[in-house]
Structures are given as C-alpha cells and as structure tokens.
Design a protein around this ligand. Structure first.
Ligand SMILES: CC(C)(COP(=O)(O)OP(=O)(O)OC[C@H]1O[C@@H](n2cnc3c(N)ncnc32)[C@H](O)[C@@H]1OP(=O)(O)O)[C@@H](O)C(=O)NCCC(=O)NCCS
Length: 136
C-alpha cells in the first residue's frame, strides 16, 4: 500500500472537510475565506485522498485548520503522519509558533504532538473548542 503526502489545491480538500467535519451543513460551509492563502496538504493511499489539513502562515505563526481523515480510515495513524509532515513544513517555512482551535475531544490527541492547551476556549455551532499552541 503506497502512502504519499503532498501539497494539494484548496479544491481538493473541500470534499473530505465536508464529509467528515460538517456533513449536515451546505457544502460551502467548509470553505474558508482564507483558503486561497493557505497551504493545503493531503495524505493519499495509492491515489485516493484520505486525510487533509490546511496551514495558514502569517509572519512566524501558523494556524492549522480543518484537519480531517475519512471516517473509515481514522485511528490508523494517517492523521498523525499528516500532522507531523505539516508541522515540519511549517518549520521549514520559518514558523516559530503553531496553534489551532482544537475540538475539545481532540485535545489529548494534540498533546502527543507537543501542543499545550491555553486557557482560551469557546463554543461554536454547538461544539466546544480550546486553543492549543506549541513553540517550535
Ligand atoms: C482528528 C483526526 C483528523 C485524526 O485523524 P486520524 O487519521 O484518525 O489520526 P490517527 O489515526 O493518527 O490518530 C487517531 C487516534 O488513533 C491512534 N492511532 C494512531 N495510529 C494508530 C494505529 N496504527 N493503530 C491504532 N491506533 C492508532 C492515535 O494515537 C489517536 O488516538 P487518540 O485519538 O486517542 O489520541 C480525525 O479523528 C478526524 O478527522 N476527526 C474528525 C474531524 C476533527 O475532529 N478534526 C479535528 C478538529 S480539531
């Protein structure tokens, strides 16, 4: 089974974002105004895209957003490989601080990557989030 991680176009990440994160919303809900400015990465199993993540770099800070793996492929380590790759790419682009609005139920997952919870949290669309960050 060949696994490849590479940069993809914004249009390529939209379907997985929608399917995995907000299937009950209209398709356009998962598009971000800043998508044109982001760096998008995808993990492919053979030629099928199964996990996506988007980086938004400004100065030496990077926010990662809309990280999603197809349901049937979750829990197999693909997301971890993609996040590792994206964090290295961020570092290669001069990023000193990486952060995200983490769904509360993913906080422990991100801790494995060295991200720490800040005391900023919020609720959006019925989901609870905590801001997590890491200096690199
Ligand atoms: C967050 C998300 C992208 C992670 O992707 P993933 O491909 O499932 O990630 P991994 O498989 O690397 O890791 C998921 C879990 O499986 C575990 N795992 C990793 N490799 C594994 C393996 N080979 N065998 C068994 N478990 C494994 C990880 O330790 C992790 O455990 P944890 O959640 O208890 O910390 C995915 O869960 C997802 O799409 N969730 C819905 C959308 C979402 O919440 N996005 C993030 C918003 S902040």
């Amino acid at each position: 089974m060949e696994i490849t991680i590479r940069k993809v176009d914004k249009e390529e990440v939209w379907e997985i974002r929608h399917k995995v994160m907000w299937p009950d919303k209209a398709f356009d809900y998962i598009k971000l105004n800043d998508d044109g400015l982001g760096m998008h990465f995808g993990l492919f199993k053979e030629s099928t895209l199964i996990s996506v993540i988007s980086l938004f770099i400004s100065n030496s800070e990077c926010q990662f957003r809309k990280f999603a793996t197809l349901h049937q492929e979750q829990g197999k380590g693909y997301g971890s490989s993609l996040l590792d790759y994206a964090m290295k790419e961020a570092q290669n682009n001069g990023v000193k601080k990486i952060w995200c609005n983490a769904r509360m139920n993913k906080a422990n997952f991100y801790k494995k990557f060295g991200l720490e919870e800040t005391n900023a949290s919020f609720i959006k669309d019925g989901k609870q989030y905590v801001i997590m960050k890491k200096y690199m």
